[in-house]
Design a protein around this ligand. Structure first.
Ligand code: SF4
Ligand code: SF4
Ligand code: FES
Length: 547
């Protein structure tokens, strides 16, 4: 067990492990000094000089990020001496900083603005010309550098050295001419490059996809979970006027630390850009005709029932929430216990040993815990689609899955289009939805709430941030309508209602409630599961992660 020490910071007593820095002890005491270069996920650089504190018996101010706390230490973070020192540092940092705030994307969440307001002087004594550097330099596919705004904290350089271990960024030139840059022919193209934008305390690094899109004070952050892969990184969905503008990582030390990957960060884009299904429709003589939702649900129920458990089957996505899948399970039970339900495998790329998982679905673990056939290896999906192609299965309900995109799906779709029944519940106008007999629009990521279980068995809440522009509803609500038509009692009012039922019926979810999941989720008590801790970065020797 680590030895503990006691010190006082601004009169508050605090107890920390021996070896803790003064800034970390101050954070624990709730009196965090201003700082630029310090980041809890990176090594200490001690170069910005902003975190100055006064320590009893020490003649000069010291930087709290580079000073170890000691037993009995008395620290002041807001004495007159500290205020004067910090204001001086701020004045130096602003000496060359352009007055870009009105057009800077960082404005509103800029540390330089924040600390100038809190700790800076009202005026500047500098009369010299400010240094000029090139602005708007694309240093990678997603990141733009404006060197004039850089305060040389080196957080971005350390991130690439220590977390992605790809070292694309470096400090070039000397003294006043110091500049962040890339090496010739080596763009900032690692799989996590967007994180440098998040950790840049000023507007020197901005995200190409978010630049000039929205002033940040109009953005409302909704805490949720990324649906891009099985890692389940905690994120904030930044929305404004019912539109998603960005995804940024949210700290969770049991999952993703402070980081997220670029693919996940930009995963909202294809959702917004894909063609959505607008209203329920069924195929008539003259093509697709609008259908009332209860009628479309009734058609789905009647056709599944007519085919029976041996002639019908369901393909359900591993991106459905626990609540969606639970109602799908009940639907399958209402048709007959022999009905085949497969959750197809969606593997892409490889596990990088850090955050990115080969399984690019959000809730395969949840589906497995609910007892679904999660099809490791793809054999069940292939067998099911072969049975559709050979006519053994005549009616297929695809829920947020596009059978046409699965191996063997082309043949199955051709047969269904001729005489079988393809029924789809999907947010998008997929190839399969184009060939369906009945198609019903579902809510997409960001438009529904529920629970995902990540690869490690951590149940986490995914939240609704926007409302669908069409008549789309969450999958559980649509499937419950189909269930009702089959005579089952399925009076679910909300996702928490369903989770309560799941917790009462599935041992892995025992005791799980909507509120117990909180902001950071909860590890399900599974045999063999231990406490998870976010890995610190790409494993050493794994090489640079390239996007
Ligand atoms: S670009 Fe941003 S993160 Fe990088 S050194 Fe400059 S201020 Fe720091
Ligand atoms: S690692 Fe997976 S869950 Fe995390 S941000 Fe990337 S895609 Fe999303
Ligand atoms: S935060 Fe301590 S020197 Fe920069």
């Amino acid at each position: 067990m680590a030895e503990t020490i006691r010190l006082t910071i601004d009169g508050k007593a605090v107890e920390v492990d021996k070896g803790t820095s003064v800034i970390e002890a101050a954070r624990k005491a709730g009196v965090m000094p201003p700082h630029y270069c310090y980041h809890p996920g990176l090594t200490v650089a001690g170069n910005c000089r902003m975190c100055l504190v006064e320590i009893e018996k020490m003649p000069k101010l010291v930087t709290s990020c580079t000073t170890q706390a000691a037993d009995g230490m008395v620290v002041l973070t807001r004495s007159d001496k500290v205020k004067k020192g910090v204001a001086g540092v701020e004045e130096f940092l602003l000496a060359n900083h352009p007055l870009d705030c009105p057009i800077c994307d960082q404005a509103g969440e800029c540390r330089l603005q924040e600390y100038s307001f809190k700790y800076g002087n009202a005026g500047s004594r500098f009369r010299e010309h400010r240094m000029n550097f090139k602005k708007d330099v694309e240093v990678g596919p997603h990141v733009v550098l404006d060197s004039e705004r850089c305060i040389m904290c080196t957080r971005c350089v350390r991130f690439c050295d220590e977390v992605t271990r790809s070292s694309e960024l470096g400090v070039f030139q000397r003294g006043l001419h110091n500049e962040i840059g890339i090496f010739p022919g080596r763009p900032l193209a690692n799989d996590y490059s967007g994180n440098v934008v998040d950790i840049c305390p000023v507007g020197a690094l901005t995200l190409k996809e978010f630049r000039f899109q929205k002033r940040v004070w109009f953005i409302r952050d909704v805490p949720t979970v990324c649906g891009g892969c099985a890692a389940g990184c905690n994120v904030n969905l930044g929305t404004s006027e019912n539109r998603i503008y960005r995804l940024t990582p949210r700290e969770n030390q049991a999952v993703n630390g402070w980081w997220m990957c670029d693919e996940g960060r930009l995963s909202y884009k294809p959702i917004a850009e894909s063609k959505r299904l607008a209203d329920p429709e069924s195929k008539g003589g003259a093509g697709f005709e609008p259908s009332r939702l209860p009628d479309a649900a009734a058609k789905i129920a009647d056709r599944l029932k007519a085919a029976g458990p041996s002639g019908a089957a369901i393909l359900a996505s591993a991106n459905l929430t626990v609540e969606d899948l639970w109602v799908v399970k009940r639907l399958a039970g209402a048709i007959g216990p022999a009905l085949r339900v497969v959750v197809p495998e969606r593997l892409r790329g490889k596990d990088d040993g850090f955050l990115i998982k080969a399984d690019r679905t959000a809730n395969r673990k949840g589906a497995a815990l609910l007892g679904f056939d999660v099809d490791a290896g793809g054999g069940s999906t292939r067998a099911l689609l072969d049975d559709v192609a050979s006519g053994r299965i005549t009616t297929l309900l695809a829920i947020a899955e596009d059978p046409a995109a699965l191996p063997g799906g082309d043949r199955a779709l051709a047969v269904l289009a001729k005489g079988g029944q393809l029924l789809t519940i999907d947010p998008f106008l997929t190839v399969s939805a184009g060939a369906a007999a009945v198609r019903v629009p579902a809510a997409a990521y960001g438009e529904f709430e529920g629970t995902y279980v990540n690869f490690h068995g951590r149940a986490q809440r995914v939240r609704r941030a926007v409302t669908p522009r069409s008549s789309a509803l969450p999958v559980w609500q649509l499937v419950a309508l189909v269930l009702q038509r089959l005579g089952a009692t399925a009076a679910y009012g909300s996702a928490p209602d369903i989770l309560r039922e799941v917790a009462g019926a599935v041992p892995a979810f025992a005791g799980v409630t909507w509120t117990s999941l909180g902001a950071g989720g909860r590890a399900l008590e599974e045999p063999g599961a231990g406490a998870s801790i976010a890995p610190k970065g790409i494993p050493r020797g794994a090489g640079a992660a390239r996007g």
